[in-house]
Design a protein around this ligand. Sequence first.
Ligand SMILES: [Fe+2]
Length: 386
Amino acid sequence: MILIRILLCILAPTRLGAVTTNQEFFRIMSQRFLNRKTFTLGSIGAAALAATLAAPSVLAQQKVLNIYSARHYQTDQALYDAFAKANNVKINRVDTDDAGVLQRLKAEGSASPADVVLLVDASRLAKADADGLFAPIKSPVLEKAIPAQYRDASTANGTTWYGFSTRARVIVYNKAKVKPADVDSYEKLASAANKGKVCTRSGSHPYNLSLFSTMVEHIGADKTQAVLQGMVGNMARAPKGGDTDQIKAVASGECGVALTNSYYLARMMRSSNPADRAVVEKVGVVFPNQSSWGTHMNIAGGAVAKHSKNKDLAQKFLEYLASPQAQRYFADGNNEWPVANGVQIDNAALKAMTGGKAFKSETIPVSVVGKNQVKVQQMLDRVGYK
Ligand SMILES: [Fe+2]
């Protein structure tokens, strides 16, 4: 900066050398530029340089919102852009997976620049909350828009995390090998009819932890452990891979039946890749427990970071996520369902998956995963569900 000012003093020496603040310096330069009757290349260049250098001070006034996100969906960019434009905010995103977000927040501690945290599973939101990584907020907007089932329980200090989209944990089966009636509930994955047919990702993956944690609420700990034990005895192979790998293994016949989040199947249903189309042709889907407690629903959600220096702006962003327009981007971008009251989407894959009909979903608060996670992990260890 000093060198540049010396250079400009040579170009236009009067007064400028004595100016003390950069603001004053740029004001005089701009004024001098405007007062000239004839422009020379030198004066234009100097003014352009001054304007360029002045730009950072303008940018410095723009607020910055730092989002640590486990969502990496192309369509989310439009979501961020709309908020940034409407509020003259620059959004910085750190994209990594859930575990990476939590690790980074813990490592950074009170020095963390994070304002908003977005995660894609209830058990991880509960874990981050238990680890003290979130700041509770009081937001009448969010309390009104997001049903109590899909947010953390409120305390006198407020609510820490909110769900912004839902996903169903569904069962996929090989249409040539398995009858849908044999796999129409989670409990039936433990039945004799499914011996040697069951595939899942790791039992302690958060998606399964969340499912088994709500199962404890529905049928009790003893029965849940019996189901887990039966599933282990019915495995076609040791748990491995992600949900998409389970769908592919069901299609190939290596597995007869598997658990998956609904959006992985929807993604394949919307794919133009012939290999994905071939997979989708071979598998059927059931929304489990329609005649009992309903299909397990998980959430993607968010919270204000504990050490945010922009808590008001972070809260405003979460409130924006609950607006109808943002809800459509947020949910539809990953083939999920919006959570905000009264918001609908028109997603062809989700429509095809449900046959265009409403399905019965569980009605207990998803926040119960927080209190049952440790208990479920102990059960998994006891029955050898890796
Ligand atoms: Fe996922």
